[in-house]
Design a protein. Sequence first.
Length: 145
Amino acid sequence: MTALVFVSTLMRYLFNSPVHFSNELAGLLFLSITFLTIPHVLNIDRHIKIDLVVKKLPSRIKNPVGVFASMVMIIFSLVFIYESWGFMNFSRLISSRSDISGILLWPWMILMPLSFVMCVVVKIKHACLFRGADEVNRLVVEEKS
């Protein structure tokens, strides 16, 4: 993406003839980077979160708040999947293309619902790992007593 924009800029300033599809393709590549990054960042737990209030809560309340936040994320993801799938499918049905270069858009748009499907899978995986860790902790406590 960077090379494409760089070459297009050079051609525009040096030869007064830019690569015409470079802005459209750069936008589609940026969309791809964005939507493919969301599940990865969620998986490694490095997304932006506002935990000012959560840090001040007692530990017995932090876990239910975390479960609630995960449920909100899953519900949001399911709504987003439903809406973006319809948007992508409509684009596919009418063979929507970009304005300048005529790039078919629905293959790029399918990244939106797929990335949030991966987000739901990540949240479920984390819930299973968290539950498994709780079970291990419970067994360790029982062995000590």
